[in-house]
Design a protein around this ligand. Sequence first.
Ligand code: ATP
Ligand code: MG
Length: 375
Amino acid sequence: MTAERNHFLELAAAVVDREPVAWAAAAAAADSEQQRALIRQLQQIARIAQVHQQLPSLEGGRDRAVSPTSPAKDEGLMSLGGYRLLERIGEGAMAVVYKAERQAPEPAIVAIKALKHELDFDEVKRRFDTVRSALERVDHPGIASIFELGLSPQARPFLVCEYVEGWPITVYAARHELPVGARLGLFAELCEAVQAGHDAGLVHRSIKPSNVLVEQRGKGRAPRILDFGTVTITAQRLTEWVLLARFGRPIAAPSYLAPEETDLSEKSIAPTTDVYSLGALLFELLTGRAFSKPREGHERRLTEARRMIHEEQPPSVMATLGRPDRAIPRRSTERDHAALDELLRTALQKNPADRFRSAAALRDAVANIVVQVGD
Ligand SMILES: Nc1ncnc2c1ncn2[C@@H]1O[C@H](COP(=O)(O)OP(=O)(O)OP(=O)(O)O)[C@@H](O)[C@H]1O
Ligand SMILES: [Mg+2]
């Protein structure tokens, strides 16, 4: 993050409590489009901060407990738009996710991602339309669809998405005790799906286990990517940085974030940003642990998140697998591990230009190793 961007976050943290009238005055005084854009961004931060000040999840600095099977009775909601909420699936940084049922035109099960914040609906709608039209160009079964954008009675946007029945890829691999070759095979399929999203002009920006579920199809299995486009639609990264800077709320999965994600400008976000997250996911898929995390007791610090994301290097797969508690069923050899280390080093380069050029290039490198490892 540049000094300028750091300054922006400090500024944001300082002004979030301003009265609405102060924002109106600031907007009136702005004399360039750049200044107006900055004020809009700060105002959005203020709204996010306001909502989060009221959330019980921040009291005592602990997140709300989430029960994946509890009935959907939040906010007194039993339905949203034309959907009946069936069950609360889980909760992330931006939203609570429900399994829901659509009655018409024909019955269908969907997932509803109900955002916790009141965002500027026009802006969300604009970003949603862009993502939707890109998703319509994607022809890949590995990417879960986003069907619709709605507005709840509490004026919070919600997204209606394809419901995916599956386990996060790392959990699936552990439950089925998949050998290394099978893990790499699944990962190669995932890279193909990510490439299809990139070909349509979308960058995911949040590839991590909770967004990659493996669906069982008879004897076969296939990875399905969730949230392709939702980071863009909801301006999620901005929210996460504000919550960390202002309230010390830790980022959910910092080890997947590419260094360019700590820059609030979106100019440097590119397909190689997803290549980095794919590398982080692969490390975890092979070793059972994230390749880096904030130092204990420092999770609530912006400086620690930046340090970790910009400086931590992946340890060697071989060394990690060598630990007795990390063993996964494998027939791979030391030579395979050395090849995997090299591959991960390239995917996880801090400078985007030094990584694999594309998800497809990463896939090809993985496929080469699969040939050696076998299944
Ligand atoms: N379309 C879906 N089908 C099935 N499960 C889903 C769907 N969307 C989300 N989930 C599950 O609901 C939970 C919450 O998802 P959500 O996207 O809000 O948070 P997350 O992926 O954990 O993190 P983040 O806030 O960074 O996106 C996760 O366990 C996720 O796997
Ligand atoms: Mg998600």
